[in-house]
Design a protein around this ligand. Structure first.
Ligand code: AMW
Length: 154
Protein backbone atom coordinates (compact mmCIF):
# COMPACT_ATOMS: atom_id res chain seq x y z
CA UNK A 1 0.00 0.00 0.00
CA UNK A 2 1.41 3.39 -0.95
CA UNK A 3 1.08 6.42 1.37
CA UNK A 4 0.67 10.12 0.83
CA UNK A 5 3.49 12.36 2.03
CA UNK A 6 2.17 15.85 1.46
CA UNK A 7 2.01 16.31 -2.32
CA UNK A 8 4.22 13.24 -2.88
CA UNK A 9 3.18 9.57 -3.08
CA UNK A 10 5.50 7.15 -1.26
CA UNK A 11 5.24 3.74 -2.88
CA UNK A 12 5.09 0.65 -0.70
CA UNK A 13 8.50 -0.40 -2.03
CA UNK A 14 10.06 2.57 -0.19
CA UNK A 15 8.23 1.99 3.11
CA UNK A 16 10.12 -0.31 5.48
CA UNK A 17 8.05 -0.26 8.65
CA UNK A 18 4.52 0.65 9.67
CA UNK A 19 2.68 1.14 12.95
CA UNK A 20 -1.03 1.73 13.54
CA UNK A 21 -0.93 5.45 12.64
CA UNK A 22 2.54 6.08 11.15
CA UNK A 23 5.03 4.77 8.60
CA UNK A 24 8.78 4.86 8.02
CA UNK A 25 10.40 5.22 4.60
CA UNK A 26 13.68 5.84 2.87
CA UNK A 27 14.70 9.32 1.75
CA UNK A 28 14.97 10.43 -1.88
CA UNK A 29 17.79 12.87 -0.96
CA UNK A 30 19.39 11.70 2.30
CA UNK A 31 21.97 14.00 3.87
CA UNK A 32 23.98 10.89 4.88
CA UNK A 33 23.36 7.17 4.23
CA UNK A 34 20.60 5.96 6.53
CA UNK A 35 18.81 9.31 6.84
CA UNK A 36 15.21 8.07 6.92
CA UNK A 37 11.84 9.67 7.56
CA UNK A 38 8.88 8.72 9.76
CA UNK A 39 5.50 10.33 9.00
CA UNK A 40 1.98 10.24 10.33
CA UNK A 41 -0.46 8.29 8.12
CA UNK A 42 -2.87 11.21 8.23
CA UNK A 43 -1.77 14.24 6.29
CA UNK A 44 -1.37 16.70 9.18
CA UNK A 45 0.64 19.78 8.25
CA UNK A 46 2.05 20.82 11.64
CA UNK A 47 3.09 18.90 14.76
CA UNK A 48 0.36 20.66 16.73
CA UNK A 49 -2.23 19.28 14.28
CA UNK A 50 -1.54 15.70 15.41
CA UNK A 51 -3.78 14.11 18.01
CA UNK A 52 -2.12 12.82 21.21
CA UNK A 53 -2.60 9.27 19.88
CA UNK A 54 -0.80 10.16 16.64
CA UNK A 55 2.08 11.82 18.53
CA UNK A 56 2.48 8.78 20.71
CA UNK A 57 2.34 6.37 17.79
CA UNK A 58 4.78 8.44 15.69
CA UNK A 59 7.39 8.60 18.44
CA UNK A 60 6.94 4.94 19.36
CA UNK A 61 7.79 4.11 15.75
CA UNK A 62 10.84 6.43 15.89
CA UNK A 63 11.85 4.69 19.12
CA UNK A 64 11.49 1.25 17.51
CA UNK A 65 13.44 2.13 14.38
CA UNK A 66 16.25 4.12 16.03
CA UNK A 67 18.43 1.21 17.23
CA UNK A 68 18.09 -0.54 13.88
CA UNK A 69 19.22 2.51 11.90
CA UNK A 70 22.09 3.11 14.31
CA UNK A 71 23.28 -0.49 14.01
CA UNK A 72 22.75 -1.00 10.28
CA UNK A 73 24.56 2.23 9.39
CA UNK A 74 27.36 1.70 11.92
CA UNK A 75 26.54 4.89 13.80
CA UNK A 76 27.17 5.74 17.45
CA UNK A 77 24.44 8.37 17.80
CA UNK A 78 21.39 9.81 16.08
CA UNK A 79 19.91 13.19 15.34
CA UNK A 80 16.11 13.10 15.64
CA UNK A 81 14.55 16.27 14.22
CA UNK A 82 11.32 17.83 13.01
CA UNK A 83 11.25 20.93 10.80
CA UNK A 84 7.83 22.07 11.96
CA UNK A 85 6.62 24.75 9.54
CA UNK A 86 7.99 26.52 6.46
CA UNK A 87 10.09 28.99 8.46
CA UNK A 88 11.81 26.07 10.18
CA UNK A 89 12.77 24.56 6.82
CA UNK A 90 9.78 22.30 6.22
CA UNK A 91 9.27 21.75 2.51
CA UNK A 92 6.75 18.91 2.60
CA UNK A 93 3.62 19.97 4.44
CA UNK A 94 3.06 16.71 6.25
CA UNK A 95 4.52 16.08 9.71
CA UNK A 96 7.66 13.95 9.51
CA UNK A 97 10.57 13.10 11.75
CA UNK A 98 14.12 13.02 10.34
CA UNK A 99 16.24 10.20 11.77
CA UNK A 100 19.89 10.75 10.92
CA UNK A 101 22.72 8.34 11.87
CA UNK A 102 25.66 10.18 13.43
CA UNK A 103 29.21 9.30 14.42
CA UNK A 104 32.23 11.02 15.95
CA UNK A 105 33.93 13.36 13.51
CA UNK A 106 31.17 13.24 10.90
CA UNK A 107 30.75 16.34 8.73
CA UNK A 108 27.55 17.33 10.53
CA UNK A 109 29.30 18.23 13.81
CA UNK A 110 28.88 21.57 15.58
CA UNK A 111 25.17 21.71 14.74
CA UNK A 112 25.93 22.02 11.01
CA UNK A 113 23.26 19.34 10.58
CA UNK A 114 20.51 21.91 11.03
CA UNK A 115 21.77 24.07 8.19
CA UNK A 116 22.29 20.99 6.02
CA UNK A 117 18.76 19.74 6.76
CA UNK A 118 17.37 23.07 5.55
CA UNK A 119 19.48 23.43 2.41
CA UNK A 120 20.42 19.95 1.18
CA UNK A 121 17.14 19.18 -0.59
CA UNK A 122 17.30 22.40 -2.61
CA UNK A 123 20.84 21.85 -3.92
CA UNK A 124 20.55 21.08 -7.61
CA UNK A 125 24.06 19.60 -7.84
CA UNK A 126 23.03 16.82 -5.44
CA UNK A 127 20.99 14.21 -7.30
CA UNK A 128 17.71 12.72 -6.15
CA UNK A 129 18.05 8.97 -5.74
CA UNK A 130 16.37 6.68 -8.24
CA UNK A 131 13.43 4.47 -7.29
CA UNK A 132 15.60 1.39 -7.55
CA UNK A 133 18.31 2.81 -5.25
CA UNK A 134 15.61 3.58 -2.68
CA UNK A 135 13.96 0.19 -3.07
CA UNK A 136 17.23 -1.63 -2.41
CA UNK A 137 17.67 0.21 0.89
CA UNK A 138 14.01 -0.21 1.91
CA UNK A 139 14.11 -3.93 1.11
CA UNK A 140 17.23 -4.37 3.23
CA UNK A 141 15.63 -2.52 6.18
CA UNK A 142 12.25 -4.23 5.73
CA UNK A 143 13.90 -7.64 5.90
CA UNK A 144 15.65 -6.62 9.09
CA UNK A 145 12.33 -5.69 10.71
CA UNK A 146 10.59 -8.82 9.44
CA UNK A 147 13.34 -11.00 10.88
CA UNK A 148 14.07 -9.16 14.11
CA UNK A 149 10.99 -7.32 15.21
CA UNK A 150 7.86 -9.12 16.35
CA UNK A 151 5.91 -5.88 16.16
CA UNK A 152 6.63 -5.41 12.46
CA UNK A 153 3.53 -4.60 10.44
CA UNK A 154 3.52 -4.65 6.63
W1 AMW B 1 11.25 18.60 5.45
O1 AMW B 1 12.10 19.68 4.73
O2 AMW B 1 9.90 19.10 4.74
O3 AMW B 1 11.68 18.68 7.03
O4 AMW B 1 12.01 17.28 4.72
C1 AMW B 1 11.57 16.73 3.51
C2 AMW B 1 12.36 15.48 3.31
O5 AMW B 1 11.67 14.70 2.35
C3 AMW B 1 13.77 15.72 2.77
O6 AMW B 1 14.68 14.99 3.55
C4 AMW B 1 13.68 15.20 1.35
O7 AMW B 1 14.90 14.68 0.91
C5 AMW B 1 12.61 14.15 1.47
N1 AMW B 1 11.87 13.86 0.25
C6 AMW B 1 11.38 14.72 -0.65
N2 AMW B 1 10.71 14.06 -1.64
C7 AMW B 1 10.77 12.75 -1.31
C8 AMW B 1 10.26 11.55 -1.92
N3 AMW B 1 9.57 11.56 -3.06
N4 AMW B 1 10.54 10.37 -1.33
C9 AMW B 1 11.25 10.33 -0.17
N5 AMW B 1 11.74 11.41 0.45
C10 AMW B 1 11.51 12.61 -0.11
Amino acid sequence: MSSKFGHVVITSSCIFCRSALSYAFVNKKPIVPGHVLIASDREARRFQDLTPEEVSDLFKLVHRISPVIEKVFSASALTIAIQDGKDAGQTIEHVHVHLVPRKAGDPLQDDRIYEVLQTHEKKEDIKWRTDSEMEIEATMLKAYFEENDDEYQQ
